[in-house]
Design a protein around this ligand. Structure first.
Ligand SMILES: Nc1ncnc2c1ncn2[C@@H]1O[C@H](COP(=O)(O)OP(=O)(O)O)[C@@H](O)[C@H]1O
Ligand SMILES: [Mg+2]
Length: 338
């Protein structure tokens, strides 16, 4: 549905060399999916997103939406194209002098809708985002989560095909963030709106996205199904992001006193069902002490993670052999210590 083909964006700066914010990025976003873009601050995520609705024009490369090139559009054609694409922001960007209903009505009026249609659509869309009782409130009277609901209402009221979400939950607490992600997912499934969502957090991506692209330094370094990226990140930067999101850190004091080999083990699918650790114990005579563990659910698939300490009373080579055995029978093994 959306194709970015070798898109680069340079920003010129006075008296200095231009900054290449986006460097040769190619993406394919399919109709109906939730597509994530993850990366650190300054990676070029927002700039990529803005090339989709042409808030930013590519310096080179092309942008196709529904098989039509859009990066050369201007005037009326550009405005029409933009109406098919809604956008929400980290800091909501609401109009503070208008009520909730007024903010939503503004979008409809800008799209040339009649007063009758506006009167009908505003309550409908406010009900959809759970703000029926806030129609007459001003943004300053709302919580962060409610403000983002207004942002969403305003962005989807003209029934766009695509909703661009630029860090939609980064200004919200965890619980509110989860409720906004649930609302976005509902909009995706119920209304069939394709979502493109930026985040700097893998947990957000894990929650809602089908596929994800990982950006660093203006470039895409990795792309794939969210589950696969979590189960087997290939690029070092992705590995760090994924590892950080699992939050399996051990207290530093514990790390100092460790004797033995400390492993982080990931189980995926069939390997999760095999009693790999007890087999390692039986075969190699090692002791296994589990220090940390959890199961992450991504969509309906489970990803098991364990941090385990392997020791042998007198034969360290047995520990090495056990590590090798575990490595062969699980998705991924990382030696954290020893
Ligand atoms: N309008 C602009 N003018 C000049 N430089 C910009 C502009 N927008 C973004 N940049 C620069 O481009 C790079 C990527 O920015 P951005 O796309 O906002 O990254 P992200 O959203 O991943 O944090 C940064 O170095 C940023 O400073
Ligand atoms: Mg950004």
């Amino acid at each position: 549905m959306i194709f970015l083909d070798h898109v680069s964006v340079d920003f010129s700066r006075r008296k200095q060399q231009a900054v290449r914010a986006v460097d040769d990025v190619s993406l394919h976003i399919k109709r109906g999916e939730v597509f994530g873009i993850v990366g650190a601050s300054g990676a070029g995520k927002s700039t990529v997103l803005r090339t989709i609705n042409l808030l930013t024009r590519p310096s080179s490369g092309s942008v196709m939406v529904n098989n039509a090139r859009v990066d050369a559009l201007s005037g009326l054609a550009l405005r029409r194209q933009r109406q098919k694409i809604g956008m929400i922001f980290q800091h909501f960007n609401l109009m503070h002098t208008r009520t909730v209903a007024g903010n939503v009505a503004f979008s409809l009026r800008a799209a040339g809708k009649s007063s009758a249609e506006i009167a009908q659509r505003v309550p409908e869309i406010l009900a959809l985002v759970g703000l029926s009782d806030k129609a007459d409130a001003f943004p300053a009277q709302l919580s962060g989560g409610q403000k983002q609901r207004v942002g969403i209402a305003r962005a989807i009221v003209n029934r766009p095909e695509v909703l661009l979400c630029d860090e939609p939950t980064s200004a919200l607490d965890l619980e509110t963030s989860a409720s906004i992600l649930a609302l976005l997912k509902e909009i995706n499934t119920r209304l069939g709106i394709t979502l493109v969502l930026i985040s700097h957090e893998m947990t957000v991506i894990k929650n809602i996205c089908d596929r994800v692209t990982v950006m660093t330094g203006g470039k895409v370094v990795e792309e794939g199904d969210v589950f696969d990226i979590f189960a087997a990140p290939r690029h070092e930067f992705t590995r760090q992001l994924v590892s950080h999101s699992f939050n399996l850190e051990l207290p530093p004091r514990l790390m100092q006193d460790l004797r033995g080999t400390l492993l982080k083990i990931m189980f995926v699918g069939a390997s999760a069902e095999q009693p790999v650790l007890s087999q390692a114990t039986a075969r190699f005579g090692v002791s296994v002490n589990i220090l940390h563990g959890k199961i992450e659910y991504i969509g309906y698939r489970a990803l098991g993670l364990l941090v385990a300490l392997l020791t042998h009373p007198d034969r360290p080579e047995q520990v090495a052999a056990a590590v090798q055995y575990i490595r062969e029978n699980t998705a991924q093994v990382e030696v954290l210590h020893g």
